[in-house]
Ligand binder design. Sequence first.
Ligand SMILES: [Zn+2]
Length: 469
Amino acid sequence: MTMTLRTPSRDDLADFSAWRTLALSRMPYMASLLFSVRVLDAPGLGTFAVDEGHRLYIDFEQARPWGAVACGELLLHEVGHLFGEHASFARDFGVEPSERKIWNAAADASINDDLVQAGCEYIASTRIMPDQIGAPNYETAKYYLDVLRDLRDQNQSQSQSGQGQPNQDDSDQDDSGQSQSDQGGSGGRDTDGSNADGDADSDGPFTGCGSGSGGQAAPCELPEGEDFGGQAPAASAAEHRRVIVSTAAQIVEHASKGRGTVPAGLVDQARGLLEPSVTPWQRVLGSLVRRSVRFRAGQDRPDAMRRDRRRHNIVLGQSGAKVIYPGRRSPKVRVAVVRDTSGSMSAGDLDCVTSEVVAISKRLRIRGRDLTILDVDADVHTARGFAGAGSMQEVVGRGGTDMRVGIERALTLPGGVDVIVVLTDGGTPWPVEPVRVPVIAALVGEWAEQTAEVVPDWMPHLVIEDPSK
Ligand SMILES: [Zn+2]
């Protein structure tokens, strides 16, 4: 099926501009993305869709009556797919063509919880949210994909025994604009996954967010090499990268200045883009916990992880911070991170610490009580469960330095601890004798190579390189 595309009319562009203004009022840091899209009118599409080349297809006639609030929030939703790089993740995760609809729904859920946090009430009341699939908020698209796969498998076995369930969202008519008629659930809200059988050519309106979401391509999408008479050339990979990196920088800046609420999930994503950790924490900590390998972790930096580090990191990140796949994962470890918050730690050092903690959380799939962060200068100020990079924005301390008190406190955490990671610039006294659990010194900052020299022999250490250098 093909559809005619049109150059947006003057009225269309005026509306688009109003919608974008609304979107910017919700999420000002999304400006680069919102200004990067090439808008095309897609009569008959019935919805909004986006492709990987930042072409945004809008059925203006259909969308206009929904109003500026709805359309502004939908713009944020669509560019959320670009920021989340959901199309390339779908490839990385091996999402099958038959799973494109549930992937689209999973990606939608991962965007919408953040949008709701940013005040998008239209999205909250009309689009797929994690609780509709019985999942917690603020997980990754990959997490929701696994939930939806499970639901699909349950449904398939149920319908084989004659107990198929109706789509819980079919009553939700004017929700969207994702659906012109009332037949069938939309891709985005096909929450039970039961229609995810690869029916790309089935009848009914297009439902979904387009190939830019990793879902099914909208019927109106331009081939990558076509530019609609020069009006809508696909964004190159380099342009895409510039736009999302600048968006990530804006997100981090807004978050650090405490301007309004920046959804913590976006802060996590942004930090992952800007400050990718290359430390193989799973291996480093796994080795320590098993006590089977004695090593100087500073020598343990395979170049293979560097070459493709952003992709690796994001893939790991997107696979979910606290996802436990039954039967497929090793038992959890409890990690205590002693974060040096003394005055000698620069803002850059603290950012580096945050990205390492994010990496520990993602690689080991732990957070909350299994990953306790202690803010320590010469005293222990706080001990909190890790709840995403956003939860580390507040830094308590900034006095002198004695990481020993943090190690002592970590040993007394309720529930115990299996391994202690001290993230510090290294200007600290260390315990002379080993303590009863493994401790690793992870050294950040300009002088890390030098301070590594004074780490006691019983304590393995790593030097964390600043990825920006
Ligand atoms: Zn979507």
